[in-house]
Design a binder for this molecule. Structure first.
Ligand code: DHK
Length: 149
């Protein structure tokens, strides 16, 4: 059985669809999960969201132990959490940092990422398509083909 691709989501992303749609769009997290599963094709996907930093850290450890790669939208924790950086440094699978918006073009406090120094690459600014691109990038890195459909 292929090791799954982990797609982990941080705080407030459970509110996508109604949360600041002018910034984050109107797709729900369930819509984004469906798109990730479609793009991943035969590669199984573990897709989760939490509002709790410790839970996210536990899942990062789990992804490192069981997954082939990690797509991570750390949301607000990306701008605040040294613990998240330490967790990412404790695993050795590829990590794609993913954002719906482009934090570099937003408020100054969003221009700091504690995740980027431990990420293989970053995809941001393309709305829900950022996730699809991040999944494609992760699959390339682990040598499995994304679905064309
Ligand atoms: C999502 C969040 O919740 C924000 O805290 C980040 C990110 C940006 C996003 O664009 O996906 O600043």
């Amino acid at each position: 059985m292929a090791r799954p691709l982990y797609v982990l989501n941080g705080p407030n992303l459970n509110r996508l669809g109604t949360r600041e749609p002018e910034i984050y769009g109107s797709d729900t997290l369930a819509d984004i999960e469906q798109a990730c599963v479609r793009v991943a094709g035969a590669r199984p996907v573990v897709f989760r969201q939490t509002n709790h930093e410790g839970e996210l850290i536990d899942w990062i450890h789990e992804a490192g132990d069981r997954g082939c790669a990690l797509v991570l939208n750390p949301a607000g924790f990306g701008h605040t959490s040294v613990a998240l950086l330490d967790a990412l440094r404790s695993i050795s699978i590829p990590v794609i940092e993913c954002h719906l918006s482009n934090p570099a073009a937003r408020e100054e406090f969003r221009q700091v990422s504690f995740v980027s120094p431990a990420a293989t690459g970053v995809v941001s600014g393309f709305g829900p398509a950022s996730y699809e691109m991040a999944v494609e990038a992760a699959l390339r890195l682990v040598g499995s083909a994304p679905s064309k459909s």
